[in-house]
Design a protein around this ligand. Structure first.
Ligand code: ATP
Ligand code: CA
Ligand code: CA
Ligand code: CA
Length: 285
């Protein structure tokens, strides 16, 4: 079993009265819940039997009961490292989406609307990779002027070196998080660098092994190129390990100047090159 496998329960149904609108509260509606439990490396090492670690049936019952009570209870109810997505397929909205979903990250439902939405890519290929990424998200959320809105499942990927993919190098764990921030982009970069440093990040060689890498994939619709900070991230559009988790956390995501993430990923999967940016040439770097 891949030690980064996760248990995902999809399509659990619960009937409840949550919502901001009057009739949602009086009439109630169906909630459809997806739950992802990330297994720690130690759990996987202990044996191949997933049922030993988490009992699906018990988890499902607990999640449905928690949603019917109060979605905020969810995170207390289930395991610590769990991502829960609650869909409201009958939600009263006049937009052409199949449903409305909100990913609850460790109990956070109170994210302020102020500031810009920014997309952060996380990576680690040294140490307790999963733990580092989860800790980094908590530290990021704890910063004044930053709120983590949601985070993708963790994925494991082969290390990329300047010479290409290296199957012999320690593998990465990657994720993407959506944040809201009132910080300026450069301030946000400083915050990310401070969190990296706190986790022992060292910069020796280009694309060398690291305990933690935090990149700004995008900051609102901003496009800029300064010595310290290029936005969007100049290589995000060609990176599977960025686009795939980003799409998982936001199916409608688009990269400023490049277009929908779903299309960028489809071209990568097909082995087709990405079209050049309309306004600047893509360097080899
Ligand atoms: P890559 O940028 O290809 O992902 P890397 O993450 O390994 O490589 P680092 O050594 O972490 O590269 O960062 C080098 C510098 O890149 C940082 O000090 C920062 O000033 C600059 N940088 C420019 N644009 C960004 C961005 N969008 N996000 C993060 N860092 C950026
Ligand atoms: Ca905060
Ligand atoms: Ca990087
Ligand atoms: Ca970086």
């Amino acid at each position: 079993m891949n030690p980064l496998d996760r248990i995902t329960l999809t399509g659990l149904r619960a009937f409840a009265h949550h919502g901001v609108l009057e009739f949602e509260r009086t009439d109630g509606q169906t909630f459809v819940i997806d739950v992802t439990v990330h297994l720690a490396l130690s759990d996987a090492a202990a044996g191949d039997d997933l049922a030993q670690t988490v009992h699906y049936g018990v988890l499902a019952d607990q999640v449905v009961a928690a949603v019917e009570r109060d979605p905020v209870d969810l995170i207390e109810t289930v395991a610590e490292r769990v991502a829960v997505t609650v869909h409201k397929p009958d939600a009263p909205i006049a937009v052409p989406f199949a449903d409305v979903s909100v990913t609850i990250l460790r109990g956070r439902l109170d994210v302020p609307r102020a500031g810009e939405v920014a997309v952060i890519a996380l990576g680690s290929n040294l140490g307790d990779r999963e733990h580092t990424l989860v800790a980094a998200l908590e530290e990021l959320d704890a910063v004044d002027g930053v709120s983590v809105v949601s985070s993708s499942p963790l994925i494991e990927t082969i290390a990329l070196r300047p010479a290409g993919a290296d199957p012999d190098a320690p593998r990465y764990v990657n994720a993407v998080a959506l944040i809201r921030t009132t910080l300026a982009p450069e301030q946000l970069l400083d915050v990310l660098h401070a969190i990296e440093s706190a986790h022992g990040r060292e910069r020796a060689e280009r694309w060398g092994d690291r305990t933690l890498d935090l990149d700004i994939v995008s900051y609102g619709e901003l496009e800029q190129q300064t010595e310290r900070l290029t936005l969007p991230h100049p290589r995000a559009h060609e990176r599977d390990f960025v686009l795939r988790p980003w799409l998982a956390v936001d199916p409608d995501a688009a990269l400023p100047g490049r277009g929908p993430v779903a299309e960028l990923l489809a071209r990568l999967d097909a082995g087709s090159p990405q079209p050049p940016h309309p306004e600047h040439s893509d360097g080899a770097a």
